[in-house]
Design a protein around this ligand. Structure first.
Ligand SMILES: Cc1ncc(COP(=O)(O)O)c(C=O)c1O
Length: 322
């Protein structure tokens, strides 16, 4: 199966109609389709949503709102460099936490240790591969008990749920990416989801140079109307895409790959990746083959992270891919 963007050919007509409307409106940014994309995402993600030009802009808005400057942010090492870099760019010190071998996501056991050791202001959890981190309930409880901000990196988790709850609902904020390889893409783009109204108000200003009172020192992280229109059209397809991927995985992949990430009762993966623990002939490679702490040349004892980097592979799984 070749990499295929999950975009239905028949949606091109719908999208072109939206783009024609944008051309005619003379409003290429900050208008109807940004709002529409946000409304559709909020409806499917069960949380108020704010669109950005990238994951990074949305992440910075959240980290700066929660004022992590000069404080410690805990972060899994088994993730993309975007996750630790966001905290560093927001002025925080990053300390790395190990992952589990079953879900490849943040380890509660190591998190507890690192919380005691580093007294962090915030924690990043990353829903690796598009399933929800298996220990998210306990992680969320621990953070609440200790007064630590929990941020969910939902870059992979479009359409994922656990007993009907979507990624982003456990933390203080969740951040999605619409980069060109993601399940739903706008080419480039991001979405901040949160039920914290103060954060949403701050983030609205943050993505727009603090307009209009200039209290918030933000930059330009606005999404343009053309991209937002893609997002609005694509969001209508999200359930269908995730259902298709789950159906394909159950019928064609699960019987072939018994040694894979197995989800707990009630969890539906968005299947950004189909992860197995044996080398396979036609793999798309690893989710990440180098842990962030190694890329950053830091010494940490993270045995599961090191194990994961060596011992997982991804089976190609793309919506209606051939
Ligand atoms: C886990 C994770 N976090 C953050 C990002 C950053 O997203 P973006 O490229 O949209 O800024 C990505 C990937 O692109 C990612 O995989």
């Amino acid at each position: 199966m070749k990499f295929t963007i999950g975009f239905e050919k028949e949606d091109a007509k719908k999208l072109h109609a939206c783009w024609d409307e944008i051309f005619a409106s003379q409003q290429w940014t900050e208008a109807k389709f940004t709002k529409l994309f946000e409304e559709k995402w909020a409806a499917c993600n069960q949380l108020p949503s704010l669109a950005f030009s990238s994951w990074g802009g949305a992440a910075l808005a959240a980290l700066e709102f929660f004022n992590v400057r000069g404080k410690t942010v805990l972060c899994p090492s088994n993730t993309f460099m975007a996750t630790p870099y966001s905290a560093i760019k927001a002025g925080a010190k990053v300390e790395f936490v190990d992952c589990n071998k079953d879900d490849l996501c943040l380890s509660l056991e190591d998190l507890k240790r690192k919380v005691d050791q580093h007294k962090p202001a915030a924690v990043w959890v990353v829903h690796i591969g598009g399933h929800i981190a298996f220990e998210i309930e306990e992680i969320s409880r621990l953070c609440k008990e200790k007064g630590i901000i929990l941020l969910e990196d939902c870059a992979h988790a479009h359409g994922a749920s656990w007993n009907g709850r979507k990624a982003g609902v456990w933390g203080d904020a969740g951040i999605y990416s619409f980069y060109a390889t993601k399940t739903i893409t706008t080419g480039e783009g991001g979405m901040l989801v949160s039920r914290n109204n103060d954060l949403l108000e701050y983030a609205k200003k943050y993505r727009n140079y603090g307009k209009f009172d200039y209290v918030v020192e933000g930059l330009n992280y606005r999404i343009n109307e053309f991209s937002a229109a893609i997002g609005a059209v694509q969001t209508d397809r999200l359930d269908e895409i995730v259902a298709w991927k789950n159906d394909y995985a159950a019928k064609h992949l699960d019987p072939k790959f018994p040694h894979r990430v197995k989800f707990p009762e009630g969890m539906i993966s968005g299947y950004y990746k189909y992860i197995v623990f044996d080398p396979i002939e036609k793999s798309t490679g690893k989710v990440y083959d180098q842990p962030c702490h190694k890329i950053m040349k830091k010494t940490y004892d993270l045995p599961n992270t090191d194990w994961a980097a060596q011992n997982h592979w991804c089976v190609p799984l793309y919506y209606k891919g051939e």
